[in-house]
Design a protein around this ligand. Structure first.
Ligand SMILES: NC(=O)C1=CN([C@@H]2O[C@H](COP(=O)(O)OP(=O)(O)OC[C@H]3O[C@@H](n4cnc5c(N)ncnc54)[C@H](O)[C@@H]3O)[C@@H](O)[C@H]2O)[C@H](O)CC1
Ligand code: K
Length: 510
């Protein structure tokens, strides 16, 4: 996994690289510009015109270095300088001067430049130094780059698309939309969260000589971008001398009249997630419909009727005996007593528990239930459920997903999976992990039910938190990505993703 920084921490790392690791800024810029030129070359051909749009700061400097490398490799380069030339940073001044022998030191005025289909535009207008909405000629420059891209030119952004806020990922208007973003040293927060992630296009983090040691750790406030190796590595290969008991027993408390499918999808998620055994505790009339979807599942009939309440406590305590993990919530019949039942159950059963769907809505009425739980908890809210858990309006919490998820996880000592595009996994130590897998094909009912069972299966197989949570979220989204690689995003359904887990395990040789 890769550490994700804010602009301020990036600047500090930059300074530390110079002060402690003998990597002066001009050398960092030379390395950055080299990588930028390589990425631009990949997007174009020898027939392309390479239009390098440079701003007044060091982001512009990266562009000037890239222009030099592109010219030296025999390509047709046009340099555009936006802003007051006299205000160029020293490093950028030096690199503008270095273009003199090539006749590129007299940049073209923006209005006289065009880029067409087949051309490549290098966006070196603003990087991490953007502090306010681009205006005037800066805004015009971004609008030119947007128009050129619409005409078919490819855009590679230096460090971050110009107009995108480094920390929040919120785009100012206008904001560059890149085909490729080459970011230097470390990922930035605004690049790994939506809408920034989409605006970056293919995001590549390149090493320009800043060692990891240049970053001052911030215990309890770190943000990491998950990578496939992390999730794959969390799951041990299966030994031959094992049996179904070796892979845990998941108890799914889910389903109700008309919602047997939710219980079945959670159970399928657990089965496809590798659990050895899965039992579904549900109202008696729901048992058969669930088993109809998944004959591999065992049913535990809850004889009472109506919403889950204290009358179900003893039967559930009995059902929970010899189980390795509880998954509670998908499609449950929720009533006034459900939160009391959950409080009693979780305070007496000492195994990990995944709380999803209506279990979350029940807990939202008494968060004390979370503190009383004996085993570790994983909560898997979508934004609407998170709003009910926190009281923060959905549109507000979506603008501060990292902070809201981190605060809740830490306050309530849980692992929180805040679902959505770029799902976040926040652990109670304050660390937050960003999941890059998944796609809009997953915007359909049941995906969360499958995920809840999948997380239960990984916990039942012995993965600990937060690893079990981010591994499951990564694998769940990867299953959907592998599915839509061969077909459209539309029409993807939750049971496809459950079945598709076998593609992930095949890819990971598990
Ligand atoms: N991090 C590294 O290791 C390296 C980073 N490099 C590049 O440097 C930029 C950051 O450079 P900086 O000079 O701090 O700022 P920018 O170039 O991003 O911004 C330009 C400059 O513009 C001013 N400004 C900010 N907002 C506006 C606005 N809306 N309108 C007009 N002017 C604005 C502000 O004063 C900025 O200083 C980083 O992204 C990398 O690309 C190094 O080159 C390599 C090592
Ligand atoms: K840029």
């Amino acid at each position: 996994m890769r550490r994700v920084l804010t602009a301020a921490r990036m600047r500090a790392a930059d300074q530390s690289a110079e002060a402690r690791f003998s990597m002066p800024s001009p050398l960092l810029m030379e390395n950055a510009g080299r990588w930028l030129a390589d990425a631009a070359r990949e997007l174009g051909t020898t027939a392309s015109r390479y239009v390098v749009v440079c701003g007044p700061g060091n982001n512009g400097g990266d562009g000037l270095v890239a222009a030099r490398f592109l010219h030296i490799s025999g390509l047709r380069v046009t340099v555009v300088l936006v802003g007051d030339r006299a205000k160029l940073t020293p490093e950028s001044q030096r690199n503008l001067h270095a273009l003199e022998p090539y006749g590129l030191h007299q940049p073209q005025p923006l209005g006289k430049v065009e880029a067409r289909a087949g051309d490549v535009v290098v966006d070196a207008l603003f990087g991490t130094g953007l502090t306010r909405a681009p205006a005037g000629e800066f805004s015009e420059a971004i609008q030119h780059m947007l128009r050129w891209r619409a005409a078919g030119a490819k855009v590679v952004a230096a460090d971050i698309p110009s107009g995108l806020h480094t920390d929040t990922g919120e785009p100012f208007t206008p904001c560059v939309e890149a085909d490729v973003t080459v970011t230097f040293g470390f990922y930035k927060q605004g690049q790994v969260l939506e809408p920034g992630a989409t605006l970056c296009g293919d995001l590549r983090c390149v090493d320009i000589g800043i060692p990891p040691e240049a970053v001052t750790p911030q215990e309890g406030r770190e943000l990491f971008l998950l990578e496939e190796a992390d999730a794959r590595g969390a799951i041990a290969p299966r030994r031959s001398d094992t049996h179904k008991g070796s892979y845990g027993h998941v108890l799914v408390v889910a389903g109700s009249h008309g919602k047997s499918g939710a219980a079945a999808m959670s159970a399928l998620g657990a089965l496809r997630g590798g659990a050895g055994l899965v039992t579904v505790a549900t109202r008696s009339e729901v048992v058969e419909p669930v088993l109809g979807h998944a004959p591999e599942v065992m049913g535990w009939p809850l004889e009472n009727r109506g919403p889950l309440g204290m009358a179900d406590l003893e039967p559930l305590l009995e059902a929970a005996e010899k189980k390795d993990v509880l998954v509670i919530g998908p499609g449950i019949p929720r009533g006034d007593e459900t939160v009391k039942l959950l409080g009693e159950l979780l305070s007496r059963v000492d195994v990990p528990a995944v709380l999803d769907a209506d279990a979350l809505n029940a807990v939202a009425t008494d968060l004390e239930v979370l503190r009383r739980a004996k085993g570790p908890l994983v909560l898997t809210p979508h934004p609407g459920e998170m709003s009910r858990l926190t009281g923060v309006p959905t549109k507000d919490l979506q603008k501060a997903r990292v902070e809201v998820a981190r605060d809740f996880a830490r306050t309530h000592e849980v692992t929180l999976v805040l679902k959505g595009a770029r799902t976040l996994i926040a652990h109670h130590d304050g660390t937050v992990y960003v999941n890059p897998t998944g796609n809009p094909g997953m915007a359909t009912g049941g995906m969360g039910d499958v995920l809840s069972g999948l997380l239960g299966a990984l916990l039942a197989q012995g993965l600990k938190l937060p690893e079990a949570a981010w591994t499951g979220v990564y694998a769940h989204g990867l299953s959907a990505d592998l599915m839509v690689a061969r077909r459209g995003r539309m029409g993807l359904i939750a049971t496809d993703v459950a079945k598709g887990m076998c593609n992930v395990w095949t890819r990971w040789n598990r």
